[in-house]
Design a protein around this ligand. Structure first.
Ligand SMILES: [Zn+2]
Ligand SMILES: [Zn+2]
Length: 285
């Protein structure tokens, strides 16, 4: 390889050629700008990286490079993977890069959240993205997310939820004292609040495909911060839910018991740097 002589400007900028397509080595799969690709990770044990191809070019020696924008997996984000993140969830990052085309292993599809929840079958190549993510600050766009159930968590499309015929909110079976198997057998479901209400109008079908996004909305960073605050306090919440925990907070000599907005309470504790004391575990654990 020729050495760059001092005083001689490098020729990096010259001899580049924009390409319309690149055919993945050993396949007949053609990649174009705008396509989603899987790239070989540096650590062979890790899942492939996912990126959106912005531009493809060849240098003077015909090495093909792809300009790409990375998708991050929840575990690569500052807040980490949490129970409401689906297995196929990705965040569109603001991290742009140039990679050798040889690292492309295959193609995939990154669906919108809505389209993903409507898929009949989810294949290995199907992913979804509902947030853009700023790698430096950990901020999400949009910063609001619909939340459901008593636990006020965003929808994880991997988890079955049941809709209440009355209030139309969606519930995790575990949060309303049911197993997933029991929930699957239900034709109708009314939450505890609605089943005590005589005026519940029964709808024809207790289930629809997925939660509508017209209910409660929370700040996504706050949801993540609260769940993480619970982890900081080593709170023993069960598999998914923080909903039925009863927290007691020792603050300024007063013992406050909080039943309702648990996440909000935990967040306040976190801000005040007061450790909440768990007095009761999840009701069905
Ligand atoms: Zn729940
Ligand atoms: Zn209800």
């Amino acid at each position: 390889m020729a050495k760059t002589r001092p005083g001689v400007p490098s020729k990096i900028k010259t001899g580049r050629k924009e390409l319309d397509t690149y055919t993945i080595k050993g396949t007949n799969k053609v990649v174009r700008a705008g396509d989603y690709v899987l790239m070989r990770p540096s650590d062979a044990g890790k899942p492939p990286y996912v990126a959106r191809v912005e531009r493809i070019e060849a240098d003077a020696r015909n090495n093909v490079k792809v300009h790409c924008r990375w998708y991050y997996r929840p575990e690569e984000s500052l807040g980490g993977r949490r129970q409401f993140h689906g297995a196929k969830e990705l965040f569109l990052s603001d991290h742009f890069d140039v990679q050798s085309a040889h690292t492309i292993e295959g193609k995939c599809i990154v669906h919108t959240f809505k389209n993903y929840t409507r898929l009949e079958n989810v294949g290995a190549e199907d992913y979804y993205c509902r947030f853009e993510y700023k790698a430096a600050t950990g901020a999400f766009t949009p910063d609001r997310v619909a939340v459901y159930c008593k636990c006020e968590m965003p929808y994880n499309p991997d988890d079955l939820m049941v809709q209440c015929d009355g209030c139309k909110d969606w519930y995790h079976p575990a949060c309303v004292g049911m197993t997933t198997e029991e929930a699957k057998l239900l034709d109708h479901f009314a939450c505890a609040e609605c089943s005590s209400d005589d005026d519940v109008k029964k709808s024809q079908n207790g289930f629809t495909a997925s939660p509508a996004d017209d209910v409660k909305v929370r700040c996504i960073s706050l949801v993540i911060a609260c769940v993480n605050a619970l982890l900081v306090y080593n709170a023993s919440f069960c598999r998914r839910s923080v909903c039925n925990l009863v927290l007691s907070v020792q603050f300024d000599g007063a013992l406050l018991s909080v039943k309702d907005t648990i996440l909000g309470s935990v967040w306040i504790c976190y801000l005040l740097n007061v450790a909440p004391v768990l007095t009761a575990k999840h009701s069905i654990c």
